[in-house]
Each structure stands twice: as C-alpha cells, then as structure tokens.
Design a protein around this ligand. Structure first.
Ligand code: SAH
Length: 347
C-alpha cells in the first residue's frame, strides 16, 4: 500500500485496481494517504486557501433527483428565489468582505432566463470578481451566452460515473447529456468544475475509482467531492450514506492524480464532522466556499439535512473560517485563484 501511495505521489497515476485498493485501505494507511495528498497540495497549489462566496439564489428545481432535498417532488420544501437585484447586492456584499469569486448556485430554475442571468453576470463582472455558475444542465447556446457575458467557471458534478446507478438515481435524466454539458463547457473555455458524491446506495468502490479517472479524462480544473447525506423528505430517506472517511480518501486520491487542480473542502464534509473542512484542507483540499446567502434562505436551500451555519451571517462565516485556516498555518488567497495561475507560477 505504501508503495502505491509513493507511486501516486511521484507519477500522479494509478490504475483502477490500485485506486480501489487504496479506497479500501485501513486507517493507518489512510493517514499516510492524507499526508501524501497534503504534500502534493503544498507543492503544486501552495499554502493559500482560496475562498469563494457562495450565493444560493433559488431552490426551485425542475428535476427530481432521488437524493436531493430540493427535488421537484419534495412538497414540504419551502421554495424561494432571490430577485436579480438582490443577487447582485449579495455579490457586492461579498466583494466588500474580500471575496474575489462568487459562486452562484441554484436548482434548475427556468425563471432565470438567459437574459436575466447574463444581466446578473455582467453586473457582478463589473465589480471585478470572478463568476462561477452552478445552475445545472443547459444547452451549448445558453452556456455560450453566460460565457460571453463574462462567466469564468462552471460547476457541474457528474455525481457518479456508474451510468446505471446515475439513471436509477434519476430516471428522467441522461448521463450522456451531463457529460455533453461538461464537454461543451470545456470547449467554451470555462474553468471546469465537476465532482461526485461518495456513499450513494449501491455505489461500488470500483466506480468511485472510475470517478477519479473520469475527472482526469475530462480535464477538470476543479473537483468537488462530498459524502451523500440522505434527506428524510426524499425517496432515499432510509439509505445509509454519510461516508466521511471514504469521501476524504476519494478527495485525497483526486489530489494525487490531478496535482494542480482546485479542490474544495466541501460543506457536506463539515456536516458529518465538526472539523470536516479543516481535515479536508489538510488532506488535499485548497478551496473553501463560505456561504454568503443571508437570512432564512440558507435554511431553505436544503440539499441534505444538518447543513452547517444556517443561522450565521456572511460576516460571521467569513471570519470564522478565516481564523480556522490561519490556525493551521495556512494563508488566504488574495487573487481569483484560477488554476492557470498555479501553472504559471511553476513554469
Ligand atoms: N442544480 C445544480 C446544483 C446542484 S446542488 C446542478 O445540477 O449542478 C449541488 C450538489 O449538491 C449536487 O451536484 C450534488 O452533488 C449535491 N447534493 C445534492 N443532494 C445531496 C445529498 N443528499 N447529499 C450530499 N450532497 C448532495
């Protein structure tokens, strides 16, 4: 096992079987794996932690993914959408707090037409901030319009590369279309973010190895990996999920294989462990996305239960995470944190 970790640290490549073996490793080996991922993170992307301000701007969704708390079929979910001018005000507040990127995330809400979205993107770009979108599957033309308006990055998790599992988790959606979206986004010159959930019902270890190889194949610039947490108001209420260590291993192996990408310490990790994001930052992650949504909306954007910080303010979240980051001897990134910047620094 140690030989495999060494190989990954030096060559940044492992086979599917080798990845699977490490995903199954014991706690002592896992500690070595996390330490190796931490070294590779330090060598390739440095000690800066990149902060992105997350605006959860609508929980209306036309989709019905079995795992997700804001699925169309969840009648108990209280729905909201922020007015475009309110979203722009959230971004201005984030800029004031020192964020250089905002991530606009929502369900697939058709109220947000291309015109409305491009208006918002342009207004935020005028504040000299990077804009990341995480608003689901769209057409090439729509992605192009957002890009032309100035959007820099796009996050669209593949969720799982096991096609059959993907279709069981959402019989209405098409895995091939999700992949098509990622290819289109890459072609349009976005910094591409994808990612996966770990601990889905009937997800095999081999398929998690495939997820990591998929990130490499599709050429992601960012990979967000988080544990699946069952939501009581969904058909998967009784599933097990909550695989903290396995998620951490997946994330660490992703760092070893894709040494210079951005990897967030995900909020779902902190939901399972009160120190989850810091542990992730010490196991390969270099990005945190503090919530800058205000008031009651935080609670209403409930993808999974037990979401952290639902009663906190943007200022509180920013200060809180900043002091935790400094306490482990890491610094806060002052730029926009594009992957291209790390590549340039190493040349
Ligand atoms: N509509 C957008 C944003 C989705 S929400 C899109 O389709 O990309 C962001 C992510 O939350 C999803 O991609 C999924 O990976 C994650 N998520 C949803 N439900 C979850 C759950 N029950 N547990 C953990 N993560 C979940």
């Amino acid at each position: 096992m140690e030989k495999l970790i060494e190989k990954a640290e030096k060559t940044h490549s492992l086979t599917r079987d080798e990845l699977a073996a490490l995903l199954r490793c014991d706690d002592e080996t896992a500690r070595k794996l996390f330490a190796a991922a931490d070294r590779v993170r330090a060598a390739f992307v440095g000690d800066d932690v990149q902060l992105r301000g997350l605006i959860e701007f609508s929980n209306h969704c036309r989709n019905n993914c079995l795992y997700c708390g804001i699925r169309r079929g969840n009648r108990q979910a209280k729905r909201y959408r922020l007015d475009p001018e309110i979203i722009i005000a959230h971004a201005a507040a984030a800029a004031k707090l020192g964020f250089k990127t905002v991530v606009m995330q929502s369900g697939e809400d058709v109220w947000f037409t291309t015109d409305r979205l491009t208006h918002i993107i342009r207004a935020i770009k005028d504040m000299d901030m990077a804009v990341t979108l995480s608003i689901g599957e769209k057409s090439y033309e729509e992605y192009k319009a957002y890009r032309d308006a100035g959007a820099d990055r796009y996050l669209l998790r593949i969720e799982t590369t096991d096609k059959d599992l993907y279709h069981r988790l959402d019989p209405e959606m098409s895995w091939d279309n999700r992949r098509r979206c990622l290819v289109d986004l890459k072609r349009l010159g976005y910094e591409l973010g994808s990612g996966s959930m770990v601990g889905l019902p009937d997800q095999s270890i081999e398929s998690i190895a495939d997820d990591i190889l998929f990130f490499k194949e599709i050429g992601v610039d960012m990979a967000g990996i988080g544990p699946f947490i069952p939501h009581e108001q969904t058909p998967l209420a009784n599933a097990k999920g909550r695989e903290f260590v396995l998620s951490l291993k997946t994330m660490a192996l992703t760092r070893l294989l894709l040494p210079d990408i951005n990897i967030p310490a995900t909020t779902a990790m902190e939901t399972l462990n009160p120190n989850g994001r810091i542990i992730a930052l010490q196991s390969g992650a270099n990005v945190v996305m503090p919530n800058v949504t205000t008031g009651e909306y935080r609670k209403m954007y409930e993808l999974y239960p037990g979401k952290i910080c639902v009663n906190d303010t943007p200022v509180h979240c920013r200060t809180c995470i900043e002091s935790k980051i400094r306490a482990i001897g890491r610094s806060i990134g002052t730029g926009k944190g594009f992957r291209g910047e790390y590549l340039k620094k190493r040349q």
